[in-house]
Design a protein around this ligand. Structure first.
Ligand code: AMP
Length: 116
């Protein structure tokens, strides 16, 4: 069940500010408030999806591919494509998901060590 009051829903509605990197009618990419790498950007669809599986099951192949194509454009815009990066999506308790709105982490700008 989707929680309409999760923090990313509030960011989408403009109730909480964020540092936007890219936005259109369908998606929002913004800087993580607690970065774990020099570049740490979050990407979210604006539709109500709890996690990766929910996003995949609720959307058409076109919408899904557009989300990941935009992710790739943001990676290029951030200037981290050449040296490499990580794209991660945490899901549920075992995945360590804190915010129950599907999101991807884009991590780069340095060698990214997730054990830190
Ligand atoms: P996850 O553990 O995958 O659910 O990651 C949630 C991420 O959201 C964490 O990296 C947080 O630092 C980040 N976060 C939480 N609140 C905000 C906020 N208001 N603006 C930007 N990032 C946030």
């Amino acid at each position: 069940m989707y929680d309409k009051n999760n923090i990313f829903a509030k960011i989408i509605r403009g109730e909480i500010p964020c540092e936007k990197v890219y936005e259109d009618d369908e998606v929002l990419f913004f800087k993580d408030i607690n970065p774990i790498a020099k570049v740490h950007v979050l990407g979210i669809p604006k539709s109500q999806c709890v996690d990766f599986s929910d996003f995949i099951s609720k959307n058409t192949p076109t919408t899904i591919s557009e989300f990941f194509n935009k992710t790739n454009l943001v990676i290029e815009k951030l200037g981290i494509a050449k040296d490499g990066y990580k794209v991660i999506s945490n899901s549920g308790i075992n995945g360590g998901q804190e915010v129950p709105h599907f999101h991807i982490h884009i991590l780069g700008g340095q060698k990214v060590n997730l054990s830190n």
